[in-house]
Write a new protein. Sequence first.
Length: 510
Amino acid sequence: MTASTTHVWRLLKWGRILARHGALSGIERDPNTPAPVRRLARIARIGARVPKIPRYADAFQAIGPAAIKLGQTLATRPDLVGEAAAHDLLRLQDQLSPVPYATIEAAMLASFGRPLEDLYSRIEQVPVGAASIAQVHRAVTTDGRQVAVKVLRPGVEDEFARAIDTYSWAAAQLEALSPEAARLRPRLTIETFKRWTLRELNFRREAASASELAENMTAESDFIVPQIDWARSTAKVMTIEWIDGIKLSNRAALVAAGYDLPALAQLLVRAFLRQAIADGFFHADMHQGNLFALPGNRIAAIDFGIMGRIDRRARVWLAEILYGLITGNYVRVAEIHFEAGYVPRHHDVNEFATALRAVGEPMRGLPVKDMSIGMMLDSLFSITRDFDMVTQPHLLLLQKTMVMVEGVATSLDPDINLWSTAEPFVRDWIRGELGPEAALADRLVEDFRLLTRLPDLVRRIEAHYPAAGGEPPAPPLRAIEIVRIGGGWRYGLVALLAAAAGVVATLLLG
């Protein structure tokens, strides 16, 4: 177990970097910041030249790969880090200097356990991308296919383990400082971040996620998921079909190539809704660098390390919340929050509905291009404290991805509105999932499953209550009071009398 002094040393070292980028000023000014945290922030910035405008993203970039991933997670938590910091952290693009090819080649050899010439006829030594966890090289397989080879950075697993250990320690200290800190659930946020990272560090898991997403997206044929080359993939190396398209971040190139940008934006939103609401399994890192335009106004996605999953009950709640906000049915949205347990029962549902109206109505009066889901989420976070709402970490990825998708869509088409684009899809899905036909179908399926379980239930009952054997039923015995006589001479006397009675009975019956 790492000593507390080591954690404090790491935090002070990282704090110095944050201070030089002005990233601690918000913590010091926030009245909800516990006093010990405020003191630690002041110590960390002693002697530092603090800029007037904080550069949060630059600070996390300077700390290292694990901090970049943490910063991307905190970008979904304006309630925890503040709106300004959360907005700036969205700039984190996960780009780092590449590892030398000789190091990458050695890692590939160790992972495959065989010569690379058996797998690839050519590998480009200059990477096409270098991120905090891995870097990607273009290659050609021995059977002539163009592929991308993603290789885990050597040593990154140990680096992440050390950093997450300290994040967890710091979160535990913070949570114990005040009820407000406990409400924000920083420990659970870090634990959720840890699970995301562990999945992202295992490329077999990423390959499986890409395969599952491809199967789910057959209904959205214009959203392309590249194929995995399983024969050339391990836990630390993943080979995937090469995507030859234009990044959605390159708007000028998209226009020059004649792409229909509003159509691309509509496709992106529709694909996200199908993943998140219809399937409950979605690409949770859909920034512009991971999305490519292909001929025919199609979109291809890459990088499936971070995926989100939502169970059916939560998807129903989510769809109803979105549809209620779209249509202005704030009472129903409030009821769902209470049904889901997001708001404690001691609060009044109508008061919460009024608070939601204060969030939703100002946006409904804005021009189409100014109505933002990101703005809506920020406003919702602002009322969580008033209604004692604790953080829901299982929704963090969804919130992050909603804001990310909206940002990419509006960069393609500034006039798109995620609300109006989502409304037909959400309405039809709710009708299909919650309408009378769906309710009847669900009941039939449930009853049929119950019928199929009946034989097994009967077998288990028989096992618990076996049939009577060959011995005849015993006659009823008269109840006799049991006397607790304890120990000592009384116990000895009764034992002696019982023994004598036994001898007499034997003589008489013998």
